[in-house]
Structures are given as structure tokens and as C-alpha cells.
Design a binder for this molecule. Sequence first.
Ligand SMILES: [Zn+2]
Length: 365
Amino acid sequence: MFSVPVLLYHHINYDNDVLSISPEVFEEHLKYLKQEGYVSIDDEELAQYMIEGKKDWQKAVVITFDDGYLDTWVWAYPLLKKYGFKALLFLVTWNVEEEESLGFNLDDVYAGKIQMDKLPKCEAQYAIIDGFKHKVESKLCWSEVRFMDKSGIIKVLPHSKMHQKVYASDKIVGYNRPREKLSYFGDVAGDKRYGTLDFNRKPEFAYNEFIPDKELNDMLHKHVLDNGYLDFFKKENYKTELDKIVENYRQEKGSIGIFETDEQRYIRVLRELKLTKGELETEIKRKTYSFAWPWGAYDEISIKAAKEAGFKYLFTTKVGANIIGSNVLEIKRFRIWKSDLSWFKTRLQMYSNPLLAKVYSYLKK
Ligand SMILES: [Zn+2]
């Protein structure tokens, strides 16, 4: 039996980040897959194999990209096309530009229309907000998304609208304040005004949200506004001042907020999943049946909501085997890290082999 390796890429660019693969290395991966006789299949073909045991694909691979950055258009799409492969793109639907014109990509270099150095820059930029560095990624625009989806080379599927986190604990870790934000995703769904309560954050679909009282957050924010706003956080004892307000409130009211129930989370997750699915389907004008969990975070409640939202196949970031009889609601993928070709070859062999893939998934637990 053959296990179908599902590859998970993020960036194809020149950033010095573990999840950024350079276009040259990505091309080496594709060359190697071609040389070894792999064919690329999509989500529905993979599911057919897992459910019905179709044997047509002895050496099949699924290539996936998460999030959807400009580099998917500039580098990944032309390279896949060059080697005759197809891929899936799990797109964060909020993170797409509205503009309606196609930007240049590597195909324009191949066609002699532009020089390599005229390609749009796909490396992360930094904006300064209230004196601190914030990472900004280059976005795709909807016309590029539609063009890739129509081409049959990159099939676009949803990966949430916001790719955000929620407060998942009632233990205060601090207060929202001006600070660096060096990872692009991971904003919190809650109140982000300066001075408001900050708690541990967890992926939005897999955790019940803690909702602090608005009245308390309003008081904290007002205290910051009335006491110098940004300058307030330069005070050495700013935290003590805010702590006092919280303690008084807690004594008076008995608590500072409430957790949503499982039922409430189910409703929230269902709404978000329907929203991102509907938004993408309106743009690409076809139905979608697969979803990939942001950060790979899910549980029974989120799976139930995803089924209700109309998804049939769910992609995780758990490693393991995708064989006949494996669960299509927990499709295994492995992340492609910045590494050399021999790492890629070993992983590919391992996840093509049902036994090795399973053994490795136990080791990783
Ligand atoms: Zn993601």
C-alpha cells in the first residue's frame, strides 16, 4: 500500500525564516518529484483514494500552500506550471487585496516581458506603529486568486477569514500596549485597545473564548487615555495602576468576565467557517469541500462545525500516513522547513511508506 505524502509549504521567497523556501530550492523539490515519477493530485482525488482505495496513483503527492501570500503567485504558480504539477492553496480570505489587475510573475520573465529584478518583492516588510515594528506581508489580489484557481494549477480553498486567536484563559498576563508584532497572523479576536486586559491566546477554532467584562476594559482604556495615552506605558509603575483598577473591580463584581460554553463556541466556529467558505466561493464561483485549520488546531467541536458548514475533507498539521481507510477529516501533512534536498528526499520517502509514516507520527507525539 502507498501513503500519499501531503506537503505543506508557506512562503516561496527569500526571507530568512524557517518557513520560507527559496524559489531555487522549491524548483529542486519539483525537479526531484518529477524525476521520481510522482504525480500531483488534488483534495478530492486524495479523498477518493482514502475512501475508495483507488489504485491509480502509485506515486502520488499533494502539494499544499497555507495562508496565501503574493509569492504563491509570483513564484509558486509559474514553477508548478513549468514542471506540470498542481497544488492546493488554503487562503486566509481577509488577507487579499481588492484590486483587479494581475501583477507580474515568473511567467513574464520566462516570456521575456520583464527582467527578473522587476518581479514584485515578496519578502516581509515592517511598518512602524506607535513606535514599534509590525510585520507586514505582501498580499495576493482577488484577480490573481481567481486566475490561479481557473488555471487548474492552483486550486484555492479556505483557511479561515482572519487566522486569529482568542483569549483562552482568565489569567491576566498583562495589558494591551504598544509593542512589536513580528508574526503576521495571530491577532486576537478580543478587545485590543491600549490598556485592556491581555490573556493567553490560542487558535480561534479549538478553544473556548474568555470574554472579559466590557465595563472593566472601558475603565482601563479610559485610565490610559486620561493619563498620557502612549506615554502612560513609559511609566515604571503603569502596571500597578491598572492592577489596582482590576482588583477593585474584581472585589466589587466577583469576576472579571466569562468563558463561552462549548455550545457557544460551536456556533461561533460554524459562523466563521461559513463566512470564509462563502466569501471564497463567491469570488471563485465554485463550491469548496476542503478546509485547513489555522495552526493545525482543532478538536471534536470544530470538526462537527466544519462538517455542518459543508466541508468534507479536513487538512491538519499532524504527520502520519494517508492510506486507504484513513480518516478524511484528519488528513495528515508535513511542513517543509528551510533545509537541504536530502532532508526533503528522506521526508518524502518516509511519508510515502505507510509503516514509516505511522511510526514517525508516534515518535512525534
Ligand atoms: Zn496558516
